[in-house]
Design a protein around this ligand. Structure first.
Ligand code: F6R
Length: 605
């Protein structure tokens, strides 16, 4: 989703801003732009499409030591040069970049138009530029503050002015803004990953906070002008996460990183003494956990799907009634919040607005929320009462792969921990720990079989529709397999519980519509085989994701994964489906890392 970068210092801002834009590209965007403040004037350049298009449209000599830049993901108005940020006032003296949505933009725009204002774009952001220019306040900081008092909605903004060319004013309400502290230079971004190459010292603004950023420092305050005291925190270097290395795509690289990601997830978390799991940050004593009579898991997209798996795992291992719900639905239905329910929010980015609003709703009503989150220090992580970090490393491809797998491992650990506080036996705990420890090596084995999975993907890549079926723990695997395939290959893919096939979707099974069946050799194997027979009888091509050994039903293709404990099957069975989606997309020549219309971090409603 939209990204902001800013720089004020002694160096030429242009290469720093462009490099920051490249780093933010993974969030998904449709246009980009840059504004430099120099010697009392602004130079603003924008282009639809990739950052490369912006780079090649820039004049040869463009410099300035203060600037802001943006990658836009369209909300108000189509993707175009005109609608790209930064937006300026009519005199071209104020430039604004903005993430989020100004909800009362059309009302504010009408008022300005009635007063003679003319707009160049269809965006809500241009309204802000006009209002700041008209504010009449002597300083940029005060003008921005005045305007934000009139604005409703969620935003992260950065503003520069030709009249104060050594300053950037930023503000945050619902959409992240991070400051980076350097030596006689300061950085601004919507995502710390755009800063880490330059500094490890960052300041996360809180909602309702703004900052005046200059080369030698920053001042933070509330939107009501009350000074706030913020000290920098240290963020870890993200190594070569933004470098694809020899991989053709980040998605493929991140699939390959899963053995290490799972190893990191397990590190220090297996309790061999009590056959349980360790968590450093739950902030809940076992006694409090004993009082829990229900668990509710919330997330969006793949995070919700991983939560559906987590719900089954926790219910099975800890015998606590557990359910999962899309956070985007939960937040709108005035949910009943119970004292003895443990709420768990899942989010890779920790910035998804729907999930954040669900957490805020729970907390407002006095509920307790744990986070299962990848990005350390992210908004949702800071809102939660405690939680589990995935430590999967930055995920750059828009679609989630390694963080999905790590989340499943997190839920297996949570299930083990909650189970061992209750009635799960030490021997069952031992069995799970042994299974968990083998996972990284088993994922390596699956990855080693990539050539076969690629051949299967290429065989079916021209299908118009595909089904994914699975039962119980296999159903979230099917859901994720279908989501991955549709996201990156644009093949229409639907997931169904295998048991539901005969209640409708069988009508669509035909020789042109392949079905991927999740077929672990667990207690439900025979039942799943019956569902596969139903597809076979309608001449639907079949791809089985299964374990070694003869199958009692004929399938067209099979992909075997190593055997593990039944509770851990989804972790391994999801991996070939990621490769299936990836190779289908490559065969169809899709933009794998930035699929159309998708954004990495969905910070709008
Ligand atoms: C799917 C995908 C999305 C995200 C969803 C939630 O591949 O990436 O469905 O899972 O937008 O994002 P987070 O986990 O950042 O809250």
């Amino acid at each position: 989703m939209c990204g902001i970068v800013g720089y004020v210092g002694r160096q030429n801002a242009t290469p720093i801003l462009l490099e920051g834009l490249h780093r933010l590209a993974y969030r998904g965007y449709d246009s980009s732009g840059i504004a430099l403040a120099k010697a009392g004037k602004l130079s603003v350049h924008k282009a639809k499409g990739k950052v490369r298009a912006l780079e090649s449209s820039l004049p040869k000599r463009i410099s300035g030591t203060t600037g802001i830049a943006h990658t836009r993901w369209a909300t108000h108005g189509e993707p175009s040069d005109r609608n790209a940020h930064p937006h300026v006032d009519p005199a071209g003296r104020i430039a604004v970049v903005h993430n989020g949505i100004v909800e009362n933009a059309s009302g504010l725009r009408r008022v300005l138009e009635a007063d003679g204002a003319e707009f160049e774009s269809d965006t809500d952001t241009e309204v802000l530029a006009h209002m700041i220019a008209r504010s009449g306040a002597p300083k940029l900081e005060d003008a921005v503050r005045d305007v934000l008092q009139k604005v409703e909605g969620a935003y992260g903004i950065a503003v520069v002015s030709a009249d104060e060319p050594d300053t950037i004013v930023v503000a945050r309400n619902g959409s992240p803004v991070v400051l980076g502290v350097g030596e006689h230079e300061m950085f601004v971004a919507s995502d710390a990953s755009a800063l880490v190459r330059h500094t490890s010292q960052v300041i996360y603004l809180d909602d309702g906070e703004m900052a005046v950023v200059a080369r030698n420092g920053y001042q933070t305050s509330t939107l009501d002008a009350v000074p706030t005291d913020k000290t920098p925190t240290t963020v870890q270097s993200q190594g070569d996460a933004h470098d694809r290395g020899d991989y053709a795509h980040f998605m493929r690289k991140e699939i390959a990183e899963q053995p290490e990601a799972v190893t990191r997830m397990l590190q220090g978390r297996l309790d061999q003494r009590f056959m349980s799991a360790h968590f450093g940050g739950l902030n809940l004593e076992p006694r409090a956990l004993l009082d829990i009579s229900r668990v509710k898991i919330l997330g969006c997209g793949s995070a919700f799907i991983s939560g559906s798996n987590g719900a089954q795992i926790i219910e099975q291992l800890a015998r606590i009634p557990t359910s999962a719900e899309p956070a985007s639905e939960f937040r709108y239905r005035n949910p009943v919040i119970e004292r003895d329910t443990l709420y768990i929010a899942v989010s890779q980015s920790g910035e998804t607005l729907d999930t954040m609003m669900a957490v805020q709703e729970i907390k407002r009503k006095g509920g307790r929320v744990l986070g299962v989150i990848n990005v350390v220090g992210s908004t949702i992580a800071r809102l939660c009462d405690g939680g589990v970090y995935l430590h999967a490393g930055p995920e750059i491809a828009v679609v989630s792969t390694k963080t999905f797998t790590s989340t499943l491992v997190a839920f297996a650990l949570l299930g083990l921990y909650l189970g061992r506080i209750r009635d799960l036996s030490p021997s069952a705990g031992r069995r799970l720990i042994d299974g968990l420890q083998k996972l990284p090596g088993q994922i390596e084995e699956i990855l080693a079989g990539e050539a076969h999975i690629k051949a299967v993907a290429e065989k079916y890549a021209n299908s118009r529709d595909m089904f994914f079926i699975g039962r119980a723990l296999g159903f979230p695997v099917a859901l994720e397999g279908a989501l991955k395939l549709k996201e990156v290959s644009y093949i229409h893919a639907e997931a169904y519980p295998a048991s539901e096939l005969k209640h409708g979707p069988l009508a669509l099974i035909c020789p042109e519509t392949p079905t991927v069946a999740i077929l672990p050799r667990d207690d439900l194997f025979e039942k799943n085989v019956s569902s596969v027979e139903e597809v076979r009888a309608r001449k639907g091509p079949l791809i089985a994701i299964t374990h070694d050994g003869e199958l009692p039903v004929v399938v067209d293709d099979r992909i075997d994964v190593p055997r593990t404990e039944p509770e851990l099957d989804p972790i391994l069975m999801g991996i070939p489906l990621q490769l299936l989606a990836y190779h289908s997309a490559v065969a169809l020549n899709r933009d794998v890392d930035q699929p159309r219309n998708l954004a990495k971090s969905v910070t709008v409603e």
